[in-house]
Ligand binder design. Structure first.
Ligand code: AHR
Length: 505
């Protein structure tokens, strides 16, 4: 007999409204994300601007709300001016972050054209590594100022008369990381971030500004960094960033399956630190979190190592991780964590969108296909509507080296009072046993079961590839039934499940 996971849901357990920006992604000039990812003139599906139609279609199907651009580590050495104006006059440059050659065929204007076609909100990162306040102001004026000054007239001359109105701006990238071009101490970063934010706001008061937080919760400066940066920048920024990547390491499957425990701890710690600064400075405003890089990333694999020596290729194969069924379950659980923290996570960006640790893969000149992680993202983005509900949960726990004890199940739900749609997201993170689901939904009145979909594969290492892109896909879970407001069913070991219900008419 399998152990039971007991869930209690109620419309009153509301955390916050679902934020569309939770479902953001990231396009960096890294590997094949831009070139042969979103942009491949000559591809059979390419449009007149050279954008792959198959990737645009999959981006819309994925349900991506916003896209961070142009980096990442790349942005800390980037000169944005290289990427505007006549393409044939743009310089090629070495990108030190990824030891690649950047041809600058795609820049801000092309990205904004793509973003419009993809129906996503842009989020732009400025270079506070090798550059500073002046260049940040310049790119803001180029992007957002109405015509009549030098830089906005330049934009118009380049074919874009109307201001882009980009709202979300990142003040640099991972400035706490010693690997970053222009890496800074917290005090150094606090100063440049505060002054940049102050002046960007003078130019355009409606911006939403994101200060760099920690590159992971394991950074030595984690906590202290956020404290110092926010103490200086509090009045000028809206969000502080968080970045986290997870992977199965040294065969420790159990800790890997519990990765969302780290994300929960990360978010709770940043919230505590931000609120400590709020109390210290006697402020009313609350700083929100932009979780603007998160994903599974096998950093130790060969494909994550940049080229070396004299080789500076354009768009090399880099960070092209292939995801398996277990990765998709951990990934779905990270989305559960992000949703659960919707009261403080105002924006998030899956890193990245295409080819580079991505849900969408492409073959140059060939097809595009969905990785396993595509499915929990697309389904969560589509069906998380209305209010996020906290789920009261009891489940057995399992031991693991990293976190000690972790719950074998994790869950969140959303409830749309208006349409009467209830979506329950639940993972069985145990590697051995299936769990019997027993959810009390009586607080919602008369519901009917719409569908139950489970992502699971008997081989947790089974993956989707170009030749077999449908190896791991969600399937109807016929064991799930609803009787008198009680939902029951089986959740196989290492599985992610979405149950959709609706108020009976
Ligand atoms: O997303 C890949 C890289 O991870 C980004 O360039 C960097 O910001 C992070 O370390």
């Amino acid at each position: 007999m399998s152990a039971t996971v007991t869930l209690t849901l109620h419309p009153a357990f509301s955390v916050a409204p679902v934020r569309r920006r939770t479902f953001g992604a990231f396009v960096e000039h890294l590997g094949r994300c831009v070139y042969t990812g979103i942009h491949e003139p000559g591809h059979p599906t390419a449009d007149a601007d050279g954008f792959r139609g198959d990737v645009l279609e999959l981006t819309r199907e994925l349900g991506v709300s916003s896209v961070r651009y142009p980096g990442g580590n790349f942005v800390s050495g980037y000169r944005w001016e290289d990427g505007v104006g006549p393409v044939e006059e743009r310089p090629a440059r070495h990108d030190l972050a990824w030891h690649s050659t950047e041809p600058n065929t795609v820049g801000l204007d092309e990205f904004m054209t793509w973003a419009e076609k993809a129906q996503v909100e842009p989020m732009y990162a400025v270079n506070l590594g090798t550059r500073g306040i002046e260049e940040a102001l310049d790119v803001l004026q180029y992007a957002n100022a109405p015509q009549g000054i030098a830089l906005s007239d330049q934009r118009a001359a380049n074919g874009h008369p109307d201001p882009y109105g980009i709202r979300m701006w990142c003040l640099g990238n991972e400035m706490d990381g010693p690997w970053q071009a222009g890496h800074k101490t917290p005090e150094e970063y606090a100063r440049i971030a505060t002054e940049t934010a102050r002046l960007l706001r003078q130019e355009d008061p409606d911006l939403e500004l994101v200060a760099c937080g920690s590159s992971s919760s394991s950074m030595e400066t984690f906590g202290a960094w956020e404290n110092i940066v926010l103490t200086d920048a509090y009045d000028y920024v809206d969000m502080i960033s968080a970045h986290a990547y997870y992977a199965e390491k040294d065969g420790d499957q159990a800790s890997y399956l519990a990765s969302a425990d780290d994300m929960d701890h990360f978010i709770d710690s940043v919230v505590a630190t931000a609120d400590h600064v709020r109390a210290k400075l006697k402020k009313d405003k609350r700083i929100m979190i932009s979780f603007d890089e998160w994903n599974i990333w096998y950093q130790h694999r060969a494909e994550s190592r940049p080229p070396q020596g004299d080789d500076w290729p354009v768009a090399p194969v880099l960070l092209e991780d292939t995801y398996n069924a277990m990765d998709a379950v951990v990934f779905g659980n990270l989305l559960i964590s992000l949703l659960r923290h919707s009261d403080r996570v105002a924006s998030a960006s899956l890193a990245q969108l295409v080819n580079v640790i991505a849900p969408i893969m492409t073959a140059p000149g060939g097809p595009a296909w969905k990785q396993t992680t595509f499915h929990p993202f697309a389904l969560t983005s589509k069906h998380a509507v209305g209010q996020v509900l906290d789920v009261r949960l009891t489940a057995p726990s399992f031991e693991n080296p990293r976190f000690g004890e972790s719950s074998a199940a994790d869950s969140v739900a959303t409830w749309d009072e208006e349409s009467g749609a209830l979506s329950l997201f639940v993972v069985n993170r145990g590697a051995e046993d299936s769990l019997a689901l027993d959810a009390d939904l009586t607080g919602f009145g008369d519901l009917e079961l719409v569908e139950a979909l489970t992502l699971h594969h008997e081989d947790p290492y089974a993956a989707n590839t170009q030749d077999a892109p449908e190896t791991v896909v969600p399937a109807a879970n016929d064991s799930v039934t609803l009787t008198d407001g009680h939902l029951t069913g089986d959740l196989p070991a290492i599985s992610w499940t979405l149950v959709r219900l609706a108020r009976r008419a």
